[in-house]
Design a protein around this ligand. Sequence first.
Ligand code: FPP
Length: 238
Amino acid sequence: MTEATALARIPRHVAIIMDGNGRWARARGQPRLAGHRAGTRNIRRVLKACASCGVEVLTIYAFSTENWGRPSAEVRGLMRLLEQALTEQLAELHAEGVQIRHSGSLERVSESLSKAIQEALELTKDNQRIILNVAFNYGGRAEIMNAVRRIIADGIAAEEVNEDLFTRYLHTAGLPDPDLIIRTAGEMRLSNFLIWQGAYAEYYSIPTYWPDFDQEELRKALEAYAARERRFGRLKNR
Ligand code: FPP
């Protein structure tokens, strides 16, 4: 992977919609779950590459609130994969200085998986090398609705509600907004992912299926990001 210094600008926060596991498996005549397994393995590779480039936060879209609508065997398989990954890899991730965060809800999630998630958050909460923010059972609209409800429940006056306060009620409280949102497998939509936080993110979509998205693909995405001019609604600097 390219040294951090070789790129003019490194995004602080990269967020990835890891799409294409099913198509990756079908192209190999394998069941969809084999694609999710390969996709799960790939997370470590990309996390390492992000850390070595100086990215501070990597958010991955692991399971959306809409994914409950998939066949129950696939949903169960995805839950099992996450629990396995957490239990098998937690010690190593911790040793590598990875701080694990969760964006989303634990509603409908099994007790054993909820426990594994909470243990991972607790164990790694002080780690500083890189933050791996797992968007799991996550939906952007649900997140915003939940924030509104909690603001009302906290009795906050309307005139005190501003963007800073609102941001503190989101799952991503304390994290910088994503600078770069990558979507693999070619689709051109956000699918309810970080819809508040991604307001000014640069968007990058490539046809590569998630299990094949490697260090080289990441480097290309970071180069494309570095070459873009971000204006945040203002005029070009002259
Ligand atoms: C999209 O592939 C991917 C997902 C449903 C979520 C991403 C999940 C992983 C990478 C596995 C890790 C997740 C957990 C919970 C450990 P798709 O099935 O939509 O692919 P397709 O569009 O080609 O069918």
